[in-house]
Design a protein around this ligand. Structure first.
Ligand code: APR
Length: 232
C-alpha cells in the first residue's frame, strides 16, 4: 500500500506563478487593510470594495499558471497517496492535475449566497467578476466563497483527520501564522517525518523538521530526492 503523504500549502506555493503572498514585504496585507477586505464586518461596511478586491485576485489568477512546484507535487502521486491541504484560494493545484485537494480557506473561482451558505456556484471565467446586485437562486447577494477572518473554517475537521493519518507531512510556503491551519502540525503523529519548504525561517512548534530552504519549485525537486534517498 502506498504511504500517505500530506502537503500543507500556503501563499508561497503560488508565488512563482505570480500570485502575491500576504505577509512578505510588499505582500497583500501591506497594500490592503485586512479588516476592510477579509472580514464579514468589512463586507458589511463596503461590499463593493470587498467584491472588487476579490475580482482583482480572480483576474490575476486567470492569467496565472501552475509552477514547477505544483507540477512536481503531481509527480509524487505515482509513488505516494498524496493529499494536499491548501490555504490558497487559487486553483493552481487542480490546474496542475493534483487529484486530492482540500481548500481550507475557500475558493476564488466560486461564489456563495449571503443568505444560504449551501448555495455555492462555479464562477464562469468569461464573466469573472461578482458585482453588487448579482443574486443567488433565492434572491440573496452573492459573495466570494472565501473564509474570512473571524469566520468558521468548515473544512478543518476533515483536514485534521487527513493529517492524523499522514505517514509523511510536508509544509510549503506558509508563514504558519494563521490558525486553525497552522495548528494542523499538532495533529501530525510523533514519528512522522516533517519537511518544510520555504526560503525563509518559519517558526513552528516542532524542532525535528527537515527545512529545505528554497523556493517551492526547487524545493519540491529537492524533496523528491530526499524522499527517494530515504526510500519511503
Ligand atoms: N516558495 C516557497 N515559499 C515562499 C516563496 C516561494 N517562492 N515565496 C515566499 N514564500 C514563503 C514566505 O517566506 C512565507 O513564509 O511563503 C510564506 C507566505 O506566508 P504568508 O504570506 O503569511 O501566507 P500564508 O501563510 O499562506 O497565509 C495564511 O493568511 O491572510 C490569510 O487567508 C490568508 O490563506 C492565507 C493565510
Amino acid at each position: 500500500m502506498q504511504k500517505k503523504l500530506v502537503v500543507l500549502t500556503g501563499a508561497g506555493m503560488s508565488a512563482e506563478s505570480g500570485i502575491a503572498t500576504f505577509r512578505d514585504s510588499g505582500g497583500l496585507w501591506d497594500q490592503y487593510p485586512v479588516e476592510q477586505v477579509a472580514t464579514p464586518e468589512g463586507f458589511e461596511a463596503d461590499p463593493e470594495l470587498v467584491l472588487n478586491f476579490y475580482n482583482m485576485r480572480r483576474r490575476e489568477l486567470l492569467k496565472a499558471k501552475p509552477n514547477e512546484g505544483h507540477i512536481g507535487l503531481v509527480g509524487l502521486e505515482s509513488h505516494f497517496d498524496v493529499t494536499i491541504i491548501t490555504q490558497n484560494i487559487d486553483n493552481l493545484h487542480e490546474q496542475a492535475g493534483s487529484k486530492k485537494v482540500l481548500h481550507l480557506h475557500g475558493e476564488l473561482m466560486k461564489a456563495r449566497s449571503t443568505g444560504d451558505e449551501s448555495l455555492i456556484y462555479d464562477i464562469d471565467p468569461q464573466q469573472c467578476d461578482i458585482r453588487l446586485g448579482d443574486l443567488c437562486g433565492k434572491g440573496f447577494q452573492l459573495r466570494p466563497h472565501i473564509v474570512w477572518f473571524g469566520e468558521a473554517v468548515p473544512m478543518i475537521q476533515e483536514a485534521e483527520e487527513i493529517t492524523r493519518r499522514a505517514d509523511i507531512f510536508v509544509i510549503i510556503g506558509t508563514s504558519m501564522n494563521v490558525y486553525p491551519a497552522a495548528g494542523l502540525l499538532q495533529d501530525v503523529r510523533k514519528n512522522v517525518p516533517v519537511y518544510l519548504i520555504d526560503p525563509k525561517d518559519v517558526f513552528t512548534s516542532r524542532y525535528d523538521i527537515h527545512h529545505i530552504q528554497k523556493k517551492a519549485s526547487e524545493g519540491v525537486r529537492e524533496l523528491k530526492k530526499m524522499l527517494f534517498r530515504n526510500s519511503y
